[in-house]
Write a protein that binds this ligand. Structure first.
Ligand SMILES: Nc1ncnc2c1ncn2[C@@H]1O[C@H](COP(=O)(O)OP(=O)(O)OP(=O)(O)O)[C@@H](O)[C@H]1O
Ligand SMILES: [Mg+2]
Length: 271
């Protein structure tokens, strides 16, 4: 039922990394998780171990009227993946135009996905505004804004806090107001990182969802086609687990937040 979107005004901040790891952690806790990629980079599948040879996807087939169920792909993390699919730049632009003219082409199938009350939909997005994200604004339950703990975030955090970073339209402001912030790549004992964290705490208050430390294992995990959360003991793995707990606490109804310990133990045993 809940739709959780990972967004950011900036690129390369960790949206896909966080979306993939949190999707896997929620699935490990027994939730029925669908991970939907709205980014033509088609990178979410890399994190979730999907075959590199497969070119089909949900968004890339949308213009041809391809249904979402036939685009669903199982993953070894228990997450059902809707890859974007391979696409040419021209096709991606035409899809953008289609979604601006007819947002329901995406909103209707996503509404169908959300009709199942047990389902959590985790959505990865391209940086900045996009027609696909705009089409889903009325459906967003939790918007997780990802920013780096660096100087570039100093001017962006106030815009996230005041609810204007998605635009000034009513739906954009509504979605932005319920946004929570995840600060990524925080560096311990680094004064700039600490200052950005202080600013985030002061500006966002309880809407600071959590922090993920800078950890070289994150990039290594991607190269090995594994998820950082599969490397227990790692700093990022611990931070990502805490982030998942924080997210679960925000997903209603409370039943969703019930940890299914046996499923979690099975999953850990398999690692
Ligand atoms: N906590 C971290 N520690 C170290 N490296 C990280 C961390 N989080 C992400 N990275 C690395 O940062 C890079 C960008 O991450 P990612 O692709 O998830 O960002 P993105 O916001 O989805 O980018 P884009 O805007 O291009 O979609 C990747 O190489 C990833 O491995
Ligand atoms: Mg990405």
């Amino acid at each position: 039922m809940p739709l959780v979107a990972f967004v950011s005004p900036k690129g390369g901040v960790g949206k896909t990394t966080l979306a993939a790891n949190l999707a896997a952690l929620l699935a490990a806790r027994g939730h029925d998780v669908v991970a939907l990629d709205l980014d033509p980079q088609n990178a979410l599948r890399l994190h979730l171990g999907h075959s590199l040879r497969e070119e089909e996807g949900f968004l890339s087939g949308l213009a041809q009227g391809r249904g979402w169920r036939s685009a669903l792909r199982p993953t070894s993390y228990g997450v059902s993946l809707l890859p974007f699919g391979a696409t040419e730049p021209r096709q991606a632009m035409e899809l953008g135009r289609l979604l601006l003219d007819r947002p329901e082409a995406l909103a209707d199938p996503v509404g169908e996905m959300l009709a199942d009350p047990r389902r959590v939909l985790v959505v990865d997005t391209p940086p900045g505004p996009s027609p696909a994200l705009s089409a889903l604004l009325p459906l967003l339950d939790v918007t997780v804004v990802v920013l780096l703990a660096d100087g570039g975030s100093v001017s962006l955090i106030p815009r996230v806090a005041d609810g204007t970073f998605l635009g000034r339209g009513t739906l954009a402001v509504r979605a932005a107001r319920q946004a929570v912030l995840a600060l990524n790549q925080l560096e311990l004992d680094q004064p700039l990182s600490d200052a950005v964290l202080d600013l985030a705490r002061a500006s966002m208050g309880s809407r600071l969802l959590g922090v993920v430390g800078r950890d070289p294992e994150v990039a290594e995990a991607l190269a090995d086609r594994r998820l950082p959360v599969e490397m227990p003991g790692g700093r990022a793995a611990e931070d990502l687990s805490l982030l998942a707990e924080g997210l679960l606490g925000r997903l209603e109804p409370p039943a969703l937040a019930t940890a299914h310990e046996s499923v979690l133990q099975d999953w850990r045993a398999r690692q």
